[in-house]
Design a protein around this ligand. Structure first.
Ligand code: ADP
Ligand code: MG
Ligand code: MG
Length: 919
């Protein structure tokens, strides 16, 4: 979208007068053009730098080049809009005036940072350049003015290193190669006999710079540029280009960020945290982002710059110790913490630098947090009266609820296990799996269905794929703002980081904790709530919420449960959509009710045919050669089905239950390998050829489009009769209980594409209902409806609605038949579709709104044309997917139905849909 806008407006500006040209650069500082509402244009970082400047926080002055320029840059072969150069020049002058320094000047030179910043934060994915403006002359001026040669040359070598890497492309050639700058730096440290970079003397740094420049010249054939404006444009271009780098692209795919958004570029006066011991740099959160607790949380390094804190080279100090080291700064930070939360009304993640005892703010954003933290923070912000209920609900991603429901380690197993060591708890939950030292290994283990724990000294964006694949992440270095902790928060991964006693040796492929040595592939368990690490695969137990719901824990003893209950109560108040569950057994039904389901939206009867003797009778029924024999077998199945339905109705205590009649093709119930065929032949007392022939006869080329669904009931009405009888007899039994349960069974006919199919089956169901009621002497209400799961059913929904009393959209099959894609095989090409942006989401996980969604919409509309109050629901996998739920809300369905553990997620997603629609 912005791309189009830019094109149009720049064309216009070329034609008409320059005075009407689009504004591409927004200043912040003493005078601020932007604000936090302009994040589409300024990116999150730029918009919030402007906002902080506006509310009087100390922000070094600078300007933001808009995301529109990024799109222009991409669309025009890496060129810029004509008016940009003059705007940038003017903005630099504004900075120069404010700080009293000049870019490129050999006296008091202005130094700049050039930073990326997209609409949504993509931490570490794009590039930053610091200390821009330094060259062989200005570095001398900086040395004189700061009184420290070592400081000035340290800034210069950092700049060359970043510029060389990001702009000039001097970096490791492959995975086994080292970054050339790091290699040179290591040599210099060795030669100087020091272990830390900040121990290097000016002479060492000068030598280092000489070698840095040499490697740049050698690798690129060009010298490191000395002109400040050339440096500036080189950096701006590199940041815009980094929007398309592999890391950023992968990240966008994972989080569904459109490539068209682009990044902004922020240019800002440098402040220095590395000028000595009265300087520092740090990152902090206004609350704990791992568990949501209201404590000041963060870390800092004295005498350091930029990424030092998160790079894991020096171990940062927890923010609390700053209170003693720099009491004045700490007090200022506490004031900033309060002001930020009061202004942004959310937990903030901010970056700061202290230059000679003066605090500077470099960034703030709504902090990424774990699901648990999202819930706790939202609930507590309401208690603190900073936000209201509705705002709180919208701050909790629906999926976060599932992080309250994930298993924890079994308390008895945990008590018995010995804690080997403890790291920082960075991503709550319990995970166990095989030790993997490389991202590719973790991916391989996960691809085989195994559980991997990715164990790294520290993680980098290169590890992202492995982190996605792993159950949990363990690092031996790095603090609460390390890359591992950050990704864990965002992806709700179990994570323990900075476990200093864990010694990882990549070469030997060993992980050693004190004297215990683990090898690649050994089992290990990590508790991301406490930070504990255990040997082996520890048993897990239900979450606290589940324990309360099952009566094993008192609500008063679980703050987690209380928060869950609070959020669910708010969600139920605001949602319009009903939420049911897909459940086939009394146990599942009970769990569905505990999670707040208001009924069963889909009971699949075929699951009931597999247990114990039933499969034998089922097979007898299928192998029967005439109706008489088939009826005999069905008669044996009847009591089982009746018992199942009675159990289900009792468990649901009068809530609606939708029972779908037999759906899958019959061959699914027959054995396919030789030995099972023989076994079946023996048990039925028939020749094995009989079985083989029948299996052969039932074989279909396209079983998904085969003899299934209502087609079975039409071919063999006695199957429908038996199932209807079982349902109604079970209902009758419930009405006859001492304490009657008034069930209203909903009988659902699958795979209807023709009104005639439904009419045929409905007639059978009504006939049996009348029979049962008369025989049992109880009369009750029931409904007969259909699934809409083939396109023809949706398109002729008006005809079908004449007979149907409800519709349930079976979006799994509707996706298969609507897209002509088999759910079982689509995996082999959907990945490529996603990479090429042909299909951004897996259509079986999140509904294809434009195609399948349209079928749902047509079906709903046409159905309600005929029956105004026709009850409409959905029972595919999509019923538990927040994005799909938003769509179902919008088309006016009455309820969604999903698996029991997704019910709380669906309740919250339904509330979000209602709140967003009302906004
Ligand atoms: P990211 O988006 O990856 O967080 P940033 O643009 O925030 O990257 O830059 C990384 C770090 O560089 C910041 O956290 C800060 O420490 C340092 N930095 C950026 N701009 C400045 C500046 N103007 N003065 C001092 N340090 C800066
Ligand atoms: Mg940052
Ligand atoms: Mg189906």
């Amino acid at each position: 979208m912005p791309a189009k806008k830019v094109k149009k407006s720049t064309e216009k500006s070329v034609q008409s007068d320059a005075a009407k040209a689009v504004k591409y650069s927004y200043n912040f500082g003493k005078k601020t053009d932007g604000n936090s509402k302009l994040r589409e244009l300024l990116g999150g970082k730029g918009a919030n730098l402007a906002e902080m400047a506006r509310i009087g926080l100390p922000v070094p002055p600078g300007f933001t080049v808009t995301t529109e320029v990024c799109s222009y840059f991409e669309d025009h072969g890496h060129r810029y809009p004509k008016t940009l150069a003059a705007e940038v020049k003017a903005s630099v002058t504004v900075i120069e005036k404010q700080v009293g320094k000049k870019l490129g000047s050999d006296k008091d030179p202005l130094l700049l940072s050039v930073r990326s910043g997209a609409r949504e934060s993509m931490p570490g994915m794009m590039d930053t350049i610091l200390n821009l403006g330094l060259n062989d002359t200005t570095v001398k001026a900086l040395a004189t003015e700061s009184g420290s040669e070592a400081f000035a040359y340290d800034c210069y070598r950092r700049f060359i290193q970043m510029y060389g890497d990001v702009v000039m492309g001097v970096h490791a050639v492959n995975e086994n190669d080292h970054c050339p700058f790091e290699g040179i730096l290591e040599n210099i440290r060795k030669e100087a006999g020091v272990t830390l970079d900040n121990e290097l003397q000016a002479a060492d740094l000068k030598e280092l710079i000489k070698r840095y420049k040499a490697v740049i010249k050698q690798r690129t054939g060009t010298a490191f540029p000395q002109d400040a404006y050339e440096q500036l444009w080189g950096s701006v271009g590199a940041v815009f280009s980094s929007w398309q780098n592999e890391r950023a692209t992968l990240y966008r795919q994972k989080y569904g960020i459109p490539a068209t958004w682009g990044t902004a570029v922020n240019v800002q006066a440098m402040v220095f945290g590395n000028m000595g011991d009265t300087c520092a740099t740090g990152v902090a959160f206004t609350r704990n982002p791992a568990n949501g607790e209201k404590v000041f949380y963060g870390e800092y390094l004295i005498n350091a710059q930029g990424e030092d804190v998160v790079a894991g080279i020096r171990t940062p100090n927890p923010i609390a110790t700053l209170k003693d080291e720099m009491p004045k700064v700490y007090a200022d930070l506490e004031a900033v913490r309060k002001k930020l939360e009061r202004h942004f009304k959310d937990m903030q993640d901010f970056e700061f630098t202290v230059e000679n005892g003066k605090l500077w703010m470099l960034q703030t954003r709504n902090g990424k947090r774990t699901g648990l933290a999202a819930i706790r923070i939202a609930v507590e912000l309401v208690n603190e009266k900073l936000i209201d209920q509705k705002a709180a609900l919208l701050k909790i991603p629906a999926d976060s609820i599932s992080s309250l429901l994930v298993a924890v380690f079994d308390p008895t197993a945990e008590a018995k296990a010995k804690t080997l060591t403890t790291g920082l708890p960075a991503g709550p939950g319990a995970a166990s799996g095989k030790i993997c030292f490389a991202a590719a290994e973790a991916e391989a283990v996960a691809a085989k269905g195994g559980h991997a724990i990715l164990c790294r000294l520290e993680t980098t964006p290169e590890d992202l794929r492995g982190m996605i694949a792993a159950e949990g992440i363990l690092t031996s270095r790095g603090g609460v703002s390390s890359h591992a902790a950050l990704i864990a928060r965002q992806m709700n991964k179990v994570c323990v980081c900075g476990a200093a006693e864990v010694a990882i040796n990549y070469g030997a492929e060993t992980l050693t904790i004190r004297h215990t040595v683990f090898k690649n592939g050994d089992d290990i368990s990590i508790d991301g709530t406490t930070g504990e690490i255990f040997a082996g695969a520890l048993a897990t137990a239900p979450s606290e919420v589940d324990q309360v719901l099952n009566g094993k824990l008192k609500p008063a003893d679980s703050y987690t449960y209380q928060m869950y209950a609070q959020v669910m109560k708010w969600a139920d108040k605001h949602r319009k959509l009903g939420v049911r569950a897909n459940a086939d057994s009394p146990a599942q039904a009970k769990s569905a009710i505990a999670y707040g389901a208001e009924g069963i939206g889909l009971c699949r009867t075929e699951h009931m045919f597999f247990e114990g003797d039933r499969i034998t009778y089922m097979r007898q029924m299928i192998l029967a050669t005439d109706q008489k024999e088939r009826r005999k077998a069905l008669k044996k199945l009847l009591p089982f089905q009746r018992k199942d339905f009675t159990g289900l109705f009792k468990a649901m205590a009068g809530l609606p239950v939708t029972v779908r009649l037999l759906d899958p093709p019959l061959h699914e119930f027959l054995p396919h390998d030789e030995s099972s065929k023989h076994e079946l032949a023996n048990s039925l007392g028939v020749d094995v050829d009989v079985i083989s022939n029948r299996v052969h006869a039932l074989h279909e080329s396209n079983p998904m489009l085969g003899h299934r669904g209502c087609r079975l009931g039409i071919s063999y009405p006695e199957i429908t009769e038996m199932q209807a009888r079982a349902i109604f007899e079970a209902a009758a039994a419930c009405y006859k209980l001492k304490k009657p349960i008034k069930v209203i069974p909903e009988v659902m006919i699958p795979l209807v594409g023709f009104a005639g199919e439904l009419k045929n089956q409905v007639a059978v169901v009504h006939r049996i209902a009348a029979e049962v009621m008369q025989k049992k002497g109880v009369y009750f209400k029931y409904l007969v409806g259909t699934m809409i799961e083939v396109p023809r059913g949706a398109l002729t929904a008006d005809e079908i609605a004449e007979t149907a009393e409800f519709f349930s959209f079976g979006t799994n099959d509707l996706t298969q038949t609507g897209l002509g894609m088999s759910r079982d095989d689509a995996g082999s090409y959907l990945g490529r579709y996603k990479n090429l942006d042909i299909l951004p989401q897996n259509p079986f996980a999140s509904i294809d709104v434009a195609g399948v969604g349209q079928l749902v919409q047509i079906g709903a509309q046409k159905g309600r044309q005929v029956k105004k109050d026709l009850k409409l629901g959905v029972c595919g996998e999509h019923g538990g997917d927040p994005a799909s739920i938003e769509f179902f809300h919008a088309v006016g369905l009455d309820y969604v139905s999903c698996s029991p553990p997704r019910v709380p997620v669906a309740r919250l997603a339904a509330a979000h849909s209602a709140l967003r629609a009302n906004k």
